[in-house]
Design a binder for this molecule. Structure first.
Ligand code: MRU
Length: 341
């Protein structure tokens, strides 16, 4: 397979490597990966994360295994095992479905490699299109609030919601970003802050529970977030805490946009209530860990509720920024999303 390079995922000289997003920003460690168990572990531990990127990482591994001469039946099993790692982000299912089709071809090795390379390159183009559509919604001097990490680290390109912000900053030069730290795993505080710093976009880091008072003070002009799955009726799942922001935005009359590629659209899921929400380990809420070490602050056996995502209903969303354009509530309510795929 040809070399493919993204911010946190690369295939170079027949070697697949993943930048450890759990250790960023203070340690930059790349893990080589050439078997399904390692990729499963990287995905489950969020060393590789973000809806588009987990699909691409899994796809490149399957393509690599195919080129190494892995038997057809083992490739089918690899696709099933990788698909089962995280249930909410539909991009992973989308990628694995493409590989299953390729596996049916006579020359399935060539077909799988071609499918994986296409998925990777398409993601770069999808990011660019979303960023262009989304940046048109941003005005000079806007203060934009975002949640979790939706940048280059989470995709093969410049990102989804963060790609919009990056593009808007390139156009206007005076954008400021409020970055939700995003408990429990701090993708905002660790990754979005890291990316904005690298891109030289002015930002201010806040704890998630500070968003309400910022909005009340008139300091948030727009909100842009990503998505892990958008249902046919426009409801969407994203990192837990997104729904809080949508409710707050509605109350304060602040435009709230979701940014995602068509690969995040799941028209087979009728509404948000049908989206499976991943439940994660209690330790993530009882304390915190990362490149800085580990801290446990809650009682060792404290009962914990730890859904990785929540669902924002369509009625709270101002606009769906997709690679094909920006859709408003009226369009989504009449079924426009279903017509796109
Ligand atoms: O658990 P994570 O870090 O994989 O969750 C990521 C998110 O919720 C992102 O907002 C979403 O995947 C969109 S990324 C372009």
């Amino acid at each position: 397979m040809q070399d493919l390079i993204a911010s946190s995922l690369k295939y170079q000289n027949n070697t697949l490597s993943v930048l450890d997003q759990y250790l960023l920003p203070h340690q930059q460690v790349w893990h080589e990966c050439d078997d399904v168990a390692s990729m499963r572990d990287l995905i489950l531990s969020l060393k590789i994360r973000g809806a588009p990127l987990i699909g691409l990482g899994a796809s490149l591994l399957v393509a690599h295994l195919a080129e190494q001469g892995t038997a057809k039946v083992a490739l089918a099993q690899a696709i099933d095992d990788l698909e089962a790692t995280r249930p909410t982000a539909v991009n992973l299912m989308h990628c694995m479905a493409k590989l299953r089709i390729a596996l049916q071809q006579d020359d399935y090795v060539t077909a799988i490699v071609s499918a994986a390379v296409t998925l990777f390159n398409e993601d770069i183009a999808l990011c660019e299109s979303m960023a262009n559509h989304g940046a048109a919604l941003v005005s000079s001097g806007d203060n934009i609030l975002t949640h979790c990490n939706t940048g280059a680290l989470a995709t093969a390109g410049i990102g989804t919601a963060l790609g919009v912000i990056y593009k808007a900053q390139q156009r206007h030069g005076d954008i400021h970003v409020w970055v939700d730290e995003t408990r429990p795993l701090l993708q905002g505080g660790r990754l979005t802050a890291f990316e904005l710093e690298r891109w030289q976009v002015p930002y201010t880091l806040i704890c998630d529970n500070m968003a309400a008072s910022l909005m009340a003070a008139g300091k948030v002009d727009k909100i842009f977030v990503g998505a892990d799955r958008i249902a046919a009726n426009g409801d969407f799942a994203n990192k837990v805490g997104t729904y809080n922001l949508a409710v707050l935005a509605h109350f304060h009359d602040i435009p709230f946009y979701v940014v995602a590629p068509l690969t995040t659209l799941d028209v087979n899921t009728a509404c948000g209530a049908d989206i499976e929400i991943e439940q994660r380990n209690s330790a993530e809420v009882r304390g915190v860990s990362g490149s800085f070490g580990e801290a446990l602050w809650a009682p060792t056996n404290a009962n914990v509720y730890n859904p990785a995502f929540d669902v924002t209903p369509a009625k709270l969303i101002t606009g769906w920024v997709l690679d094909t354009g920006v859709y408003d509530q009226q369009q989504v309510l009449v079924g426009e999303l279903k017509r796109l795929v």
